[in-house]
Design a protein around this ligand. Structure first.
Ligand code: D41
Length: 677
């Protein structure tokens, strides 16, 4: 009896798993729009496999475990049967699974000692197969379900890195090349920028953009998309071809003019593999294309043959995935934070999720427009992305998985900190708390900004301490910082006399600054570092700035009407002037500003690249600006000089190409000295 009930439960669970898996496969393969993550999918798939192993009597021929992976091709393209099936890759999501793989390989082969593995970056694109007959490109197809794909020959012909003719006299009569079509990151950014300008739909990531571009029925559209190709292997080969090792296969393909990735390496044993994984992870942010892991393959083909494959994947290959950059999680709540200028920013509170190597539980949502555009609701399953060091972001909500109780998100009517009525100016995306420095949140942010590295650079005054000082009402504004007493500070939690004295020393040290830094530190709206420098150089001292009109301000370079208004408004406020006077009285001072001299370099444009030995880049920039020269970030025909330190970047190459005058650091110092003598 008990057994029957459990059998019924198992049957139900199996059916539900099959139903869900089919749905997820459809959204992934056919619609190119996954609604769950790979690990979640894998878990479901493994669960189904396990249940079927325990209850083989319940296996049906239409179970997803019995099919090959993938879905039927879209109807619009004709079908192509691959001469040899395109297998799939087993995945590993951590080092243990790589160790298991290496053990299985050793056991099956019955060999000891390190195996030679070839390590390849795992390109995040679309697998395709190219058919060459007598060296001429005949047909190209997507992977499809591995057996049958879509004929995308016309589209593939438009991709520059796919040769239409192979080079060399020794090409085989028939050659199937396997590889991955991808979209370089820069091309993707450009494409999305254009979509933004035209108001057409943005692509979520380069992989989707590549997929969308390859699936165009009109190959003119594909031709306008920046696609590229790397090959990783072969299918059917008729003719002379040395099938000794995977590395020799790639060598031959390269010789015939096919693009082989330069990072591919043959290594010894599992340690070689794991080293490659870590090194590649480090290179990843600097690569011009997306990769989502690395692939290990037993290099010797004789060994590959002995290992064979299971249903869909070879036993001799493994994809070792990087921690996901995108993950699914629940949007649990939205809080509203108040920034330095009163801007109210919605922040997503997420069910903690491991993305791109860290656990993420918060993500910025920028403003209400973004929430509206993405149609986010509290309770939604959302896609969270974290790329490199950038702040995590909520990409989209999965509407198909929206729970019935999902709740719309509304802008609060009151500031969550000081309860002033929130203002939203029409046409502006940002809502603001208008209370300025009366709002404790804005006060805290103003002080944090004042102390920050590029402003007054008060090292010991971290965010937590600022919050403590404001909460305990020891500091109301930036001027109050300089009247803090040792005993008061020492009494603070986690402080003590020594740290308190250190902090006071830091305050003292920070009193010597520059006028530009001081102006930047005041936190005037729209006055960033660059504008602060312009103001300092142009007006020279506080008195002149106090009396400057909007017109005076607009005469200076790069200051428009809006910024001019913010500046005059700021200096008109008696409260602000009082604080400035207090700061000056407490001993903050700066060297008199040298007005830019007319010099031989006035109006010349410089670009700095590489590391300078004698000064920092900022110092070099200052010195140039003091003699009336401009410093730009990128090299163009308008650049007059490029100063190249050690390890210069691509800017040097560009300068050489354009014939721009290049200076070593010594040349540069001589040039500056020549001016002052
Ligand atoms: O870079 C890749 N995405 C990549 C994919 C690669 N470097 N090697 C691969 N090797 C294979 C085998 C071992 C099965 C020939 C692959 C793929 N397969 C693959 N890509 C998509 C499905 C399978």
């Amino acid at each position: 009896m008990g057994k029957q009930i459990s059998q019924k439960n198992v049957q139900d669970e199996i059916e539900k798993l099959r139903h869900d898996i089919r749905r997820y496969k459809h959204s992934y393969f056919t619609l190119d729009s996954p609604i769950i993550s790979d690990p979640e999918y894998d878990q479901l798939f493994r669960r189904l496999q396990n249940l079927e192993i325990q209850h083989p009597e319940l296996i049906t021929p239409d179970s997803p475990t019995q099919e090959r992976s993938g879905a039927k091709p879209l109807k619009a393209f004709s079908e192509v049967k691959h001469a040899l099936p395109m297998l799939s890759l087993d995945n590993a999501f951590n080092e243990d699974e790589v160790v298991d793989f290496d053990c299985r390989v050793h056991e099956r082969l019955g060999v000891e000692g390190d195996i030679d593995y070839i390590c390849e970056p795992k390109f995040d694109g679309l697998a395709i197969s190219l058919l060459y007959e007598k060296g001429v490109f005949q047909q190209g197809a997507t992977r499809g379900d591995g057996v049958t794909g879509e004929d995308v020959t016309q589209n593939l012909r438009t991709i520059h890195s796919i040769p239409l003719h192979l080079r060399g006299a020794d090409v085989p009569a028939v050659l199937e090349v396997r590889g991955e079509v991808y979209m370089p990151k820069a091309g993707f950014e450009e494409l999305n920028k254009e979509a933004g300008r035209k108001g057409t739909k943005l692509f979520v990531n380069p992989r989707n953009a590549a997929a969308g571009s390859l699936r165009q029925l009109d190959s003119h559209i594909t031709a306008s998309r920046p696609l590229a190709f790397f090959c990783y292997g072969v299918g059917l080969v008729n003719g002379k071809f040395s099938k000794d090792t995977q590395s020799s296969i790639l060598e031959q393909l390269k010789k015939w003019g096919l693009p082989v990735n330069p990072l591919i390496e043959v290594v010894k044993g599992i340690n070689g593999c794991l080293n490659f994984f870590h090194n590649t992870a480090k290179k990843r942010p600097h690569l011009s294309y997306d990769i989502d892991g690395v692939v290990y393959k037993v290099n010797r083909l004789a060994l590959q043959e002995r290992l064979g494959f299971v249903t869909r994947a070879p036993r001799w290959a493994l994809a070792h995935k990087f921690p996901a950059q995108e993950e699914f999680t629940t949007l649990e709540a939205v809080d509203f934070q108040v920034g330095r200028t009163g801007a109210i920013t919605p922040v997503a509170r997420l069910k903690p999720v491991f993305v791109g190597g860290v656990t993420v539980s918060n993500a910025t949502l920028h403003n209400m427009d973004e929430i509206k555009e993405k149609d986010l609701r509290i309770g939604d399953i959302v896609v969270v992305r974290r790329a490199g060091d950038v702040i995590p972001e909520v990409v989209k909500a999965i509407e198909e998985r929206r729970p019935a109780h999902a709740k719309k998100i509304a802008l609060p009517t009151q500031c969550p900190v000081c309860h002033s009525a929130i203002e939203q100016i029409e046409g502006e995306a940002v809502a603001r708390c208008p209370a300025g420095l009366y709002c404790p949140a804005q006060r805290k942010e103003a002080i944090k900004h004042f102390a920050s590295r590029r402003a007054m650079d008060i090292e010991g005054l971290g965010d937590k301490l600022v919050e403590q000082l404001v909460d305990e009402k020891l500091v109301k504004n930036i001027a109050d910082l300089y009247s803090l007493k040792l005993d008061v500070l020492a009494d603070l939690e986690r402080m003590g006399e020594k740290s308190a004295q250190n902090l006071l020393d830091q305050f003292e040290k920070g009193k010597t600054t520059t006028f530009a830094r001081f102006l930047y530190a005041l936190g005037i709206r729209e006055v960033g570092e660059a504008t602060a420098k312009i103001l300092a150089r142009h007006f020279g001292n506080l008195q002149t700035l106090y009396t400057a009109t909007e017109d005076d301000l607009q005469e200076t370079p790069d200051i428009g009407p809006v910024v001019a208004k913010h500046i005059t408004h700021f200096f008109k406020e008696t409260h602000n002037r009082e604080i400035i006077e207090k700061l000056v009285q407490s001993g903050i001072h700066w060297e008199e500003v040298k007005r830019p001299q007319k010099s031989a370099l006035s109006g010349k444009t410089f670009v700095l690249t590489g590391t300078l030995e004698q000064m920092t880049r900022d110092q070099a920039k200052d010195r140039l600006e003091n003699v009336g020269a401009k410093v730009s970030d990128s090299v163009s025909k308008k650049t007059d000089y490029v100063v190249a330190g050690s390890e210069p970047g691509s800017k040097l190459a560009k300068a050489e190409k354009l014939g721009v005058k290049i200076l070593t650091e010594t040349d540069f110092l001589k040039l500056l000295q020549g001016l002052s003598s």
